[in-house]
Design a protein around this ligand. Sequence first.
Ligand code: SGN
Ligand code: CA
Length: 529
Amino acid sequence: MRYDLQSLSVFNFSILFFNLSATAQSRPNIVYIMTDDHTAQMMSCYGNSPIQTPNLDRIANEGVLFRNSFVANSLSGPSRACMITGKHSHKNGFTNNEHGIFDGSQQTMPKLMQLAGYQTALIGKWHLVSTPTGFNHYDILEGQGEYYNPTFIHDDGTRSIEQGYCTDVITDKAIQWMEQRDKQQPFILFVHHKACHRDWLPDLKDIRAFEDQTFPLPVNFWDNYEGRTAAKQQEMAIGSSHDMDLIYDNKIYLPGDTSRLSQLYLDYVNRLDAQGRKTYFQFHDSLSRAFKAHPLTGRELTEFKFQRYMRDYAKVTKSLDENVGRLMKYLEENDLLQNTLVVYTSDQGFYMGEHGWFDKRFMYEESLNTPLIMRLPEGYERRGNIDEMVQNIDYAPTFLEMAGAVIPEDIQGQSLVPLLKDNRTKVRDNANKGWRDAIYYHYYEYPAEHMVKRHYGVRTSQYKLIHFYRDIDQWELYDLKADPTEMHNLYGDPKYRKIQKQMHRRLRQLQKQYDDPIEKELKTTKQSN
Ligand code: SGN
Ligand code: CA
């Protein structure tokens, strides 16, 4: 049921929540685990992963796996803002990392969960610049946070350096909070990891892991970006020494290297204590010496960088998977599994060499997608893969509905509860007939690091239409069935004239539905020029 929250008086509120106290015990807890930049290609439950993630697989095996899960804006801050508001970027106001400050006075899902009688806690990466609101407790990383001995900002405004590896520390804090919570009330706990964000520094116990593994190059690794200007002009290529730095990103460093990025690299590594630094550099110095004895160039160098990137990312992911296992064990041992929704997702997907890239931002599949698996509480019978298209704006209404709370009219996402309810095919298919047939996307951060041009677009189950705009005016159209790796821009192809027209119409409808003013703004700019 939906209500216009602004028009509800306190009196109405008390009526709406009147019945909730009676069912307080039966309302599920929610443990929402969101990583940074962890992508489905690096999760074995999604298939074709070069590494194993057994603890994540367990969540999927015992619950559900969304095969078509997307973000609304593939960048950390904006994605997080979409998630906690249930609204697209132009509505929640946080469109980009560079200039965004989240307006914490607006309606958010954690605030509504509090109103519904939930305890709310946030541990880890926040990245929305302003002080978190709507949480009974928070303990957050400063900005992007650090892997080694990270600094935390506590909810009393103080800061301290916490000893340990970031993924372990965040998990410890999450467990500590659950230990001391009020056990009479349901809770929602947001566990926001820094892993697997750049520059992929591993837990020292994993420093030698995956070193014997050779990772296969994606089929479109050597993409030449024909017919795709924005893709050609990005700055996120593994092969570019400017975009992926041999020292900062690939850790090929020997004392005497003095670039700005080598200093930044050292700043992060030197957070380790003396013993930690010794272990770290023992391994990396030998790697660096071996590289410098036989320096590579051209394609060989690019492939070397790719292998280093994949290994570092895999190491960071290994610790992430193990820590998710630790959190699951805590839930199990404390009889919390039965009545807890466990969500595992990321703030967006990531390129693992597809198109020759790392990073995200583009509306192409790897970064438009975000992993989404759930272990469901009692009463939610669905299991296995879910194919409906879902988006991170859907999480807020889902959690609200599960909590028995009202879903305000202005929330733009759609509750996933109908998809989670019943495992009987017939019942399910009937219930989901009216599910969305397209999703909307809008990315804003340009000019900025990695130089991905502003764009918006629509994706249906088979097609995708993208418009790169402002300093460029280029449309792209993809047939995802015929061309799943998005190498052939079909825009203007006479064979696709009808599809192109339909996709333009669907785009206009979605921009109207979500009230995105961008087309009007572009028209006004055109007229005034
Ligand atoms: C940092 C990274 C970028 C990354 C952005 C945004 N550079 O600026 O590579 O795209 O974060 O990432 S780094 O030199 O600081 O590592 S996001 O996930 O937070 O949006
Ligand atoms: Ca991210």
